[in-house]
Design a protein around this ligand. Sequence first.
Ligand code: ZN
Length: 346
Amino acid sequence: MPPEFEVFDGHNDVILRLWRGGPEGLEARFAESRDGHLDLARARAGGFVGGFFALFVPDPSPFDDAVLDDPPYDIPLPPPLEADKALRVVIEQASVLHRLDRAGHLRLCRTGAEIEAAIGEGRIAAVMHMEGAEAIDAELAALDALFAMGLRSLGPVWSRPTVFGEGVPFRFPSDGDIGGGLTAAGRRLVARARKLGLVIDTSHLNLRGFHDVAEAGLPVVATHSNAHAIAPSARNLTDDQLRIIGETGGLVGLNFATVFLDPQGRRDPGALTHAPVHLERMIEVAGEDCVGLGSDFDGAPMPDGLTSAADLPNLARTLLDAGFGEELVRRIMGGNWRAFLSRVLR
Ligand code: ZN
């Protein structure tokens, strides 16, 4: 039996995983891989029909993630990246996405209409997202070329400073009120993104930056963040932020990472039980049109029962068992993202 619900997802890092393995044979590694969380075979098995595919420049010296097992924690922000190096990585990772498109494994989509057409043809619909805008200079000279390459969603920061603003560190417990708002260049970036029709993603951005994006008149989007009232991580959103997402007609995607689901901030493999609790809060505050998924597949520790895209029907079942209606589950699993992108990517 095919999966009951079509999933459109707000965030995955499969491009990073494929890029790390080098260009050789990456199409075959996406078709079916023995590691990671997302590939074509498991996407098909789980009803994953599309999502945001992130380009992400990894930190040269990542932190020891063992600290995540012992909250409270406060991991310092990594230093800024060099723009030239970041741009090179972004170009290489965009090539990965274009190669998968050429191989017919997915379709790189630039508009809501292209997303629906790709899904209608049975192809995975991929939206190119950039998580952290290190590859773009303060004058935005590279932005239009990236847009022409297919970029349609942009996070001004990952959890490290850029010329555009500051992100939140992995800190638990904490709110996101850490550091200053968008810089002058950050405000230029958001204004230009608005003109081009790019989605601006506030996941990873600090609280002041979040408000700066909201004030720019864009629908406020957080592709992969949870409810701070349930799990007080710096990466999760307060009720006030969720309310703004609802009021601006934006969207927030539930992050499956155990550390953001667990109310104690731990890598608890049993964290899937908290998913309906987060969603209830997110729906109560932002509204049921404004909530979707943002898996963080291939970028974060996954809970038991949701260890790959093939397990997505388990999430739907968990929500149905928790009393969510079938129509609401359909919208959470992907309907809301698709309606939103049909409106904003034109
Ligand atoms: Zn992220």
